[in-house]
Design a protein around this ligand. Structure first.
Ligand SMILES: [Zn+2]
Length: 573
């Protein structure tokens, strides 16, 4: 049995994510997890909330809650939204878990043993107005690389260059806006990832099948300026994983915590350990996914993330795992995404611009959003959400093509043959042509899903739906019924079987509609159509079914305009 480990970049804890975040990692990861399960793999699909760092502290202060309590509450909110979007995580963990504390401290200790941790007296920016050291991302200024005026002290979002705060031109506090900043000395631990540069290069260049977006970003950082820079892995903060050796003091590091970028990817592993604990399993049950000497050499590990996360996942996190000298499983394939824009601008959490996960579900069920987002995933370039495009895609693809097929077939059958699969007749040239066409589309669909080419896969799935409609139109059972009821029976028998087939093939994209279609067909046979001809005979003559509720309602112009207006401004605070 194939074993596939899938992780989605972990969403930050402070607030509800927008649809651009969703399509940049969690949703495509879910699509792939559902597909691999449908193909018979043993899958471990992991995500978590990323809970450490200053933004969590500030958000908690704003909410008037202790930070631990704030994180616990927001984790529940994000868990609930994940469930309602049908994100089928095997476990949705928390980076503040005891497992992550232990593992992060353990890995830092191993890196220190290997001579890959250096203690550095660092100059850090202190803000008089804010009364605290400012973490890198809370210093803003102009990017020295591209001139973007709102670059953060850790990374420029515009050109993705990783920065140090002192690189910024005209720096200011992102908390207060104050420019009364002072550089002070403080001691920090650095991960000497530059020492692993050759190993990282060999590893990255061996990944010839990676998307160009992933590899080009990785190599850019590897060779940026003087080459891969060592990175600080600790911070002067209260909230986080204490810098200790699994509980024992780390001299000179009292009162400091690990920097969030160091502990966040380690949470992929820790969350799998959380999964084991919650489900009453042993350590070996999670280790077989992550330790090559305990079974993970047979695992294929695929990561999903937005392009801004690529440097951490191609360089820093692998450096942590390689540098530990232990047998940790490294990623086999990284699927990265460009950005989804919103109606002529960017989605923005800070400005509340765009549609957020909770708002989306107030308007329409998850499948509507899943279909649009996945079929327009920002794979090879940035993509844009517009209400017109969303309306058109829902109305055409989901309502006219798929929904209408299911409705016409089931209603016609009920009217002429009753609510059971009709007997009689046998395939003619039209049926043979349809099966040939479907076999081609199915092969292409599988190839695109295997390669995680999501837009192409969506196009093939749609073509599979269209083929059924066109067949029905040409075969015209309503005409055939008048002179030759057996001819109408074979057409409808095939069409009812197509509904079950569509449910199985569409489930990774639109799981709720797929369930409704299977329920209407009174079938729980979700087996993948390895033999298409056989799959089209699963529902035998006499098999009962029922006419389902409307699968997809069309979006009216009035609704579209109202939603467009409602979301034109920022989100209410
Ligand atoms: Zn820049």
């Amino acid at each position: 049995m194939n074993r596939t480990l899938i992780t989605s970049a972990i969403p930050y804890i402070n607030g509800i994510k927008h649809l651009g975040n969703l399509v940049g990692s969690q949703l495509p990861a879910d699509l792939y997890a559902r597909y691999r399960r449908a193909r018979g793999d043993e899958v471990m699909f992991i995500c978590a909330t990323d809970e450490h760092g200053t933004p969590a502290e500030l958000a908690a202060a704003k909410a008037g809650l202790p930070v631990a309590e704030y994180c616990a509450q927001m984790h529940e909110v994000q868990q609930d939204l994940s469930d309602r979007f049908r994100l089928s995580f095997d476990y949705f963990g928390r980076s503040s878990s005891p497992q992550n504390h232990k593992l992060t401290q353990h890995l830092a200790g191993k890196l220190a043993e290997a001579g890959l941790i250096e203690e550095v007296v660092e100059k850090q920016v202190y803000s008089h107005a804010d009364g605290r050291f400012l973490p890198d991302r809370y210093i803003e200024g102009t990017c020295p690389n591209c001139g973007y005026e709102n670059a953060r002290g850790d990374q420029c979002e515009e050109c993705t260059k990783q920065l140090e705060p002192t690189d910024l031109i005209n720096p200011r506090s992102a908390i207060s806006g104050s420019t009364d900043l002072e550089v002070r000395e403080t001691r920090h631990l650095y991960l000497r990832q530059s020492r692993l540069r050759d190993r990282l290069r060999d590893w990255i260049t061996s990944k010839t099948d990676w998307p160009v977006l992933t590899t080009s970003i990785a190599l850019k950082w590897l060779d940026d300026g003087d080459g891969l820079r060592d990175r600080g892995i600790t911070r002067d903060l209260d909230w986080g994983i204490p810098v200790q050796f699994e509980g024992a003091p780390w001299q000179g590091m009292e009162g400091k915590v690990f920097y969030v970028w160091f502990d966040a990817p380690i949470e992929y592993i820790a969350a799998t350990a959380e999964w084991a604990e919650v489900n009453g399993k042993s350590d070996s049950d999670w280790e077989r996914w992550w330790k090559t000497e305990k079974g993970a050499e047979n695992v294929r590990y695929v990561q999903f993330m937005g392009k801004d996360n690529v440097p951490f996942h191609t360089l820093s996190f692998p450096a942590t795992l390689m540098g530990s000298g232990e047998d940790w499983k490294l990623v086999d394939y990284i699927k990265s995404f460009n950005y989804l824009n919103y109606d002529g601008g960017q989605f923005s959490t800070s400005q509340g611009r765009g549609v957020f996960m909770d708002q989306a579900l107030e308007l329409l069920p998850a499948d509507y959003w899943r279909w649009w987002l996945l079929s327009h995933a920002p794979e090879n370039s940035d993509a844009e959400f517009t209400w017109e495009n969303f309306q058109q895609s829902v109305n055409k693809d989901l309502a006219d093509v798929l929904g209408n097929f299911v409705s016409r077939v089931t209603k016609f059958c009920r009217a002429k043959f009753g609510e059971q699969v009709p007997a009689g007749g046998s395939y003619g040239p039209q049926e043979e042509a349809l099966i040939g066409e479907l076999e081609q589309h199915l092969a292409a669909y599988q190839a695109h899903m295997d390669a995680i080419e999501i837009r192409k896969a969506a196009r093939e799935l749609r073509a599979i739906w269209v083929a059924g409609n066109e067949y029905l139109q040409k075969a015209a059972p309503w005409s055939a019924y008048k002179d030759d009821p057996e001819r109408a029976a074979v057409i409808i028998r095939l069409a009812l079987n197509l509904i079950r087939l569509y449910a199985v093939l569409s489930a990774p994209f639109i799981p709720d509609a797929a369930e409704a279609m299977l329920a209407a067909m009174h079938s729980d046979d979700k087996s993948w159509p390895d033999d298409l001809r056989a799959a089209l005979q699963v529902l035998a003559p006499g098999h009962a079914f029922e006419v389902p509720e409307v699968l997809f309602a069309k979006i009216s112009d009035e609704n579209r305009e109202a939603w467009q207006a409602r979301f034109a401004g920022g989100r209410d605070a």
